[in-house]
Ligand binder design. Structure first.
Ligand code: GDP
Ligand code: IMO
Ligand code: MG
Length: 487
C-alpha cells in the first residue's frame, strides 16, 4: 500500500486507436479532473490536442491537456521537445491566465531548427518519387533519428553549456553536410553552431531557473508512492505508430500503450495494472499520405493517386446521362459529398497544419489491431453527433484481400492498400438534443446510434467507457469513469 493511497485505479492511459485526432485532448481533459499529473510519453509538437470549455478553446501541442485544469504536466523521456514551442505555448497560456506546472524529462531529446529543415528537405526529396509522408514538418523524424543514432542532444544537455557546445560541434557539421552534399540544399542559420549554442543555452537557463527539468521516472514514481493519480496522454494514434502503424507512412514514435512505460520511466506493470482507454472517432480521418481503405472521396496532395479532377461532384452530376442507374461517377460524387459533409460537420481540418483531413468510414480491423496492440480496457467513442442526419452509416467489418477474408491489419502497406472493405450498414440517427442526452445519460442517445456503438464494442471486444457528442468538456457521456473502477 502506498503512502496516502487513494483507492481504485491510480494510472489511466489514453491512446489514439486510429490515425490521430480522435479527440484525445478532450477525453484527457475530461478525466484529468480525477488525476493529479498528466504525462505525455512520446511525440512532440506534431500533436495538436483540443480542449474546449465553454467559449474557451485551447490547442495544445506540447503542454499536456490536463494543464487547463491546473494539473501538473510532465513531458516524459520518450518525447521530443522543441523548447521554442514549449515556451511560446506556456507564454500564450499565461496570457490567458493559466500558469501550469510543467516538468520536462532530462532524458527527453531536443528538436533543433536543423531537424525541422531536414524534415522538409527529406519530404521534398521523397515527393519526387511520390512517397512523401506528409509530415507536420516539425522535425520529429530527424530528431528521433538522431536519438537512435546516439548523436541526439537531450534536455539535460541544455543545462550544461560545455556539453551543449561539444554536442553541437559534433553533430551540426554532419547535418550541414547531409543537407548540402546529399540533398544539394543550401544551409543557413539553422545549421550555425554559434547561433544554435546561444539560443539553446538560453532555453537551458530558462528551464533551470523555472526548475522545470526532472528525472521523469524518479519524479513520477515518488508522486505515485505519495498516492497521486497519473494520467498518460498519448499523442498520434495506433496506425501511425512506428512499429504497429502503416510504415513508412507513420510518425517516428510509439503512440500505443507500450510507449507509456518506455517513455516515462514507470514500468509496464504500472501501466498494465491501470486502465487503458482507446479513443475512437466514430468515422476515420487521416492527415498525410498512405492508404486508407475506407476513404470517402479524397484530398488532393494527400490521397495517393488522387488529384480531384475525376470525382468532382458538380462535374459528375452534370454529365450523368444514365438517369436512375448507379454509375461509378454517381458513386464517386456521392462519396465526395459525404466526405465534405462529414469534414465540415466535424471541423476536420488539421490543428497543427490546417490541412483538410481525409475522411472514411470506421474500420473495425483497425480497432481490433489497436485493442490488441495496446491491451485496451475501454473505448471512448467521439463525434457521434457529427454523423447525425445521415441516411445510413457504414462500418468496415472485415476486408477482402486476394480472395481471403481478413479481420485485422496486414503488416505491409501494399497489402493494406489492396484491402477491399466489406461493410455493415446501419440506419443513420437523427440530429438530437445532445445536451439533453448528456444529462439523461447513454440511454437517451438515439436508438440507432446505440445500435451502432454496441455493434462496434462487441466486434472489438472492449466495453464503451465514454461517448462524445460535441467538442465541449461537458459534451461527453461517461458510462464508466476509469479512475472509479475497482482494480
Ligand atoms: P486529438 O489530437 O486526438 O486531441 O484531437 P484533435 O483536437 O486534433 O481533433 C479533435 C477535434 O474534434 C477537436 O476539434 C475537438 O474539439 C473535436 N471533438 C472531440 N470530440 C468531439 C465530439 O464528440 N464531437 C464533436 N463534434 N467534436 C469533437
Ligand atoms: P495528434 O496527437 C494526426 C501524421 C502526419 C504524417 C505522419 C508523420 O494531434 O493526434 P510527423 O510530423 O509526426 O513526422 O508526421 O503522422 N501525424 C498526425 N496525424 N494527428 C497527429 O497528432 C499527428 N502527428 C503526426 O500528418 O502523416
Ligand atoms: Mg490532433
Amino acid at each position: 500500500m502506498h503512502r496516502g493511497a487513494k483507492t481504485g485505479v491510480m494510472v489511466v492511459t489514453v491512446v489514439g486507436s486510429q490515425l490521430g485526432d480522435e479527440g484525445k485532448g478532450g477525453i484527457v481533459d475530461r478525466w484529468s479532473d480525477a488525476a493529479d499529473i498528466v504525462v505525455r510519453y512520446q511525440g512532440g509538437d506534431n500533436a495538436g490536442h483540443t480542449v474546449v470549455h465553454g467559449d474557451e478553446e485551447y490547442t495544445l501541442s506540447l503542454v499536456p491537456s490536463g494543464a487547463v485544469r491546473g494539473k501538473v504536466g510532465v513531458l516524459g523521456n520518450g518525447c521530443v521537445v522543441n523548447p521554442e514551442t514549449l515556451f511560446s505555448e506556456l507564454d500564450a497560456l499565461a496570457e490567458r491566465g493559466l500558469d501550469p506546472e510543467i516538468r520536462v524529462a532530462r532524458r527527453a531529446h531536443v528538436v533543433f531548427p536543423y531537424h525541422r529543415e531536414l524534415d522538409g528537405i527529406e519530404e521534398r526529396a521523397k515527393a519526387d518519387r511520390e512517397f512523401e509522408v506528409g509530415t507536420t514538418g516539425k522535425g520529429i523524424g530527424p530528431t528521433y533519428e538522431d536519438k537512435a543514432g546516439r548523436r541526439g542532444i537531450r534536455v539535460g544537455d541544455l543545462l550544461d553549456p560545455d556539453v551543449l557546445r561539444d554536442r553541437l560541434e559534433y553533430v551540426v557539421p554532419q547535418k550541414r553536410a547531409l543537407a548540402e552534399s546529399v540533398f544539394d540544399v543550401e544551409t543557413g542559420d539553422a545549421f550555425d553552431i554559434d547561433r544554435l549554442y546561444e539560443e539553446y543555452r538560453r532555453y537551458g537557463e530558462r528551464l533551470r531557473e523555472a526548475e522545470m527539468t526532472v528525472d521523469a521516472g524518479e519524479f513520477l514514481a515518488a508522486e505515485r508512492d505519495a498516492g497521486k493519480r497519473i494520467l498518460f496522454e498519448g499523442a498520434q494514434g495506433t496506425m501511425i505508430d512506428i512499429d504497429h502503424g502503416n510504415y513508412p507512412y507513420v510518425t517516428s514514435s510509439n503512440p500505443t500503450a507500450g510507449g507509456a512505460p518506455v517513455g516515462s520511466g514507470l514500468g509496464p506493470g504500472v501501466v498494465g495494472n491501470g486502465e487503458i482507454v482507446g479513443v475512437v472517432k466514430a468515422y476515420l480521418t487521416r492527415v498525410g499520405t498512405g492508404p486508407l481503405p475506407t476513404e470517402l472521396g479524397g484530398v488532393a496532395g494527400q490521397t495517393p493517386g488522387y488529384d480531384g479532377s475525376e470525382a468532382d461532384p458538380g462535374t459528375d452530376a452534370g454529365t450523368d446521362t444514365d438517369a436512375g442507374a448507379d454509375t461509378d461517377a454517381d458513386t464517386d460524387a456521392d462519396e465526395e459529398e459525404l466526405a465534405t459533409r462529414i469534414r465540415e460537420a466535424g471541423g476536420e481540418y488539421g490543428t497543427v497544419t490546417g490541412r483538410p483531413r481525409r475522411v472514411g468510414w470506421l474500420d473495425l480491423p483497425m480497432l481490433r489491431h489497436a485493442a490488441r496492440a495496446s491491451s485496451l480496457t475501454g473505448l471512448a467513442i467521439n463525434h457521434v453527433d457529427t454523423l447525425a442526419g445521415l441516411d445510413s452509416v457504414k462500418v468496415c467489418e472485415r476486408y477482402d484481400l486476394a480472395g481471403e477474408s481478413v479481420g485485422t491489419i496486414p503488416a505491409t502497406t501494399e497489402r493494406w492498400a489492396a484491402c477491399e472493405p466489406r461493410y455493415e450498414e446501419f440506419d443513420g440517427w437523427p440530429d438530437a438534443d445532445w445536451d439533453a442526452a448528456i444529462g439523461a445519460g447513454y440511454g437517451a442517445l438515439p436508438a440507432e446510434a446505440r445500435a451502432y456503438l454496441e455493434y462496434v464494442s462487441d466486434e472489438v471486444g472492449v466495453p464503451i467507457y465514454a461517448v462524445g457528442v460535441g467538442p465541449d468538456r461537458a459534451q461527453t457521456i461517461v458510462l464508466e469513469d476509469p479512475f472509479d473502477r475497482d482494480r
